[in-house]
Design a protein around this ligand. Structure first.
Ligand code: FHN
Length: 454
């Protein structure tokens, strides 16, 4: 009997077509807020990248060094717009390698990347059709950095996200109350605003955000900044949040889309402000915030590349900060400031590698974990996942006895890195004792996995 291949081929093509249509539909399907936030809540750890023409300047002008972040060079080093425009014309980061950047983030245990598409300086790292003040039309580099990075993220399974600055020192309608349109009355009287800012918002800023959302595939998070200027209103913030969600329904947006209020301690008037998570910066809340939040932090003291700043946090400190943040229910967005050639600073690379070594061994106690139900112990932190408590021990007990919260009912205790060796435990009226090896399994943070009794 002759078997024709035609029906089989037809069935395969039909299945493949249905599969593609279904996955596209699923991507565009409007998720519930919890479904939409799920990947972000589970991720816990992301990379912030501050990169732009300021990365050439490095925070220096002659012998003068800008205080604070080097990405503020235009303001802090008193460049006029005309003087500053020479830097985008020099921007030619020939060593930029998106695949290598994404691989370093992934190896560090980071699950998403937020890159500055445009910082306060106004220079765009993508091929904008709204403005020529971008990497394609103004710089000799003429490569679409946002395109290359978003494609590298997709290839390696890392969520692509972008930062966008509302204040724009290069745009005469959006310079806010600082550079160069410094207006002491606006500084002292927030009611003094630029009457042309609404035109910038409608005809420049929204179209730029729109092209970033329409031309570079799925965007995990839109991370706004510069919302502090009086010109930008909460009405614009709510309008912009809706605009974003209409284009990509499942994109997450930070609270700086709407005056930075949502999800901040004492400022979150339920429902009054747009945004999906709070953004404490350079600090970790004492006890966590009872809504979604992400602490962003630099490795040294500057977001943008600043060779004069050698105040680097140790790898140990950064790992313990990650644990502290997760134990309080937050995410950690850790910053890299690449130089003008497109290289990560070697100090950053070393810290990323150290964090990757730790997360590879202990990631089970971080990714998808939730805040500790117990107050933080003196020796470290707790995280929780289902019926398991993870004790993250910063200060390993020299006595060989780890003291846990008295309410912890243990079914089984092991070292996370030695799951086959059960540890002896003893519950007393005041605390629960666990016999642990005299030597800490990890030099930075050692994790004891505690399966709870039902
Ligand atoms: O002014 C910016 C600063 O340069 C940097 O981008 C940080 C990162 O969140 N945000 C603003 C300061 O709050």
């Amino acid at each position: 009997m002759k078997i024709t291949m035609r029906p089989i081929v037809f069935a395969i093509v039909a299945l493949l077509t249905f599969g593609n249509v279904f996955s596209q539909r699923k991507k565009d399907m409007k998720l519930t807020d919890d479904q939409r936030m799920e990947w972000w809540r589970d991720s816990k750890f992301g990379m912030f990248i501050h990169w732009g023409a300021y990365s050439i300047v490095g925070g220096e002008r002659g012998t003068k060094i800008a205080g604070g972040g080097a990405e503020w060079a235009m303001d802090k080093l008193d460049y006029t717009i005309e003087e500053y425009e020479k830097f985008p014309k020099m921007f030619n980061p020939v060593l930029f390698d998106a695949d290598a950047w994404v691989a370093m983030a992934k190896d560090a245990g980071m699950k998403y990347i937020v890159i500055t598409s445009k910082h306060h300086e106004g220079f765009g790292l993508w091929d904008s059709k709204v403005s020529d003040y971008d990497v394609m039309d103004t710089s000799p580099f003429k490569r679409d950095i946002i395109k290359e990075l978003s494609e590298a993220c997709k290839k390696q399974g890392i969520k692509f996200c972008f930062y966008y600055s509302i204040v724009d020192w290069h745009h005469p309608q959006a310079q806010g109350n600082l550079y160069p349109n410094y207006n002491i009355s606006q500084h002292d009287d927030p009611s003094v605003v630029n009457p042309e800012f609404p035109e910038y918002y409608e005809n420049y800023m929204k179209p730029q955000v729109g092209e970033l959302l329409k031309n570079y595939g799925d965007v995990g998070v839109v991370w706004f900044d510069g919302d502090w200027i009086s010109d930008y209103t909460t009405e614009m913030g709510k309008d912009l949040y809706k605009y974003i969600r209409d284009i990509q329904p499942n994109t997450i947006v930070n609270n700086r889309v709407d005056k930075g209020r949502k999800g901040m301690e004492g400022m979150d008037m339920e429902g009054e402000f747009a945004g999906d998570f709070g953004t404490p910066e350079q600090e970790i809340p004492d006890t966590g915030i009872d809504s979604d939040w992400e602490a962003c932090m630099t490795m040294n003291g500057s977001w943008g590349y600043k060779p004069s700043d050698n105040n680097w946090k140790s790898s140990e400190d950064l790992i313990q900060k990650l644990v502290d943040i997760v134990s309080k229910g937050g995410n950690f967005l850790l910053n890299i400031g690449p130089d003008g050639f497109g290289r990560f600073p070697s100090e950053s690379i070393r810290r990323l590698k150290a964090m990757g070594e730790w997360t590879k061994k202990n990631g089970e106690a971080i990714y998808g974990a939730s805040a500790s139900p117990f107050e933080k112990p003196k020796w470290g932190r707790y995280t929780k996942k289902g019926n398991v408590i993870y004790a993250h021990v910063f200060d390993w007990p020299e006595t060989g006895t780890l003291k846990l919260h008295k309410d912890i009912k243990i079914k089984k205790a092991t070292l996370l890195t030695d799951p086959n060796t059960e540890l002896e435990t003893l519950a007393t009226s005041r605390e629960v004792l666990v016999d642990v090896p005299v030597l800490a399994p990890d030099a930075t943070v050692s994790v004891v996995k505690i399966e709870l009794a039902k």
